[in-house]
Ligand binder design. Structure first.
Ligand SMILES: [Zn+2]
Length: 54
């Protein structure tokens, strides 16, 4: 099932794909900082939003 992780501050799509990825992996991929608004990516559900795309 496709899943999308977005920055909750600016809406930048941090990850989109069918492979399940953990918050940890998504954060690590961007160095724990949103590349667009530079806000820290730490707290799941707060700094990162995710949703399934059926
Ligand atoms: Zn952002």
């Amino acid at each position: 099932m496709p899943v999308t992780y977005t920055c909750s501050a600016c809406g930048f799509v941090l990850y989109r794909g069918t492979r399940p990825k953990s918050y940890e992996d998504v954060c690590k991929q961007w160095g724990y900082v949103c590349p667009v608004c530079m806000s820290a990516l730490e707290v799941p559900g707060k700094s990162i939003k995710w949703k399934f795309n059926p």
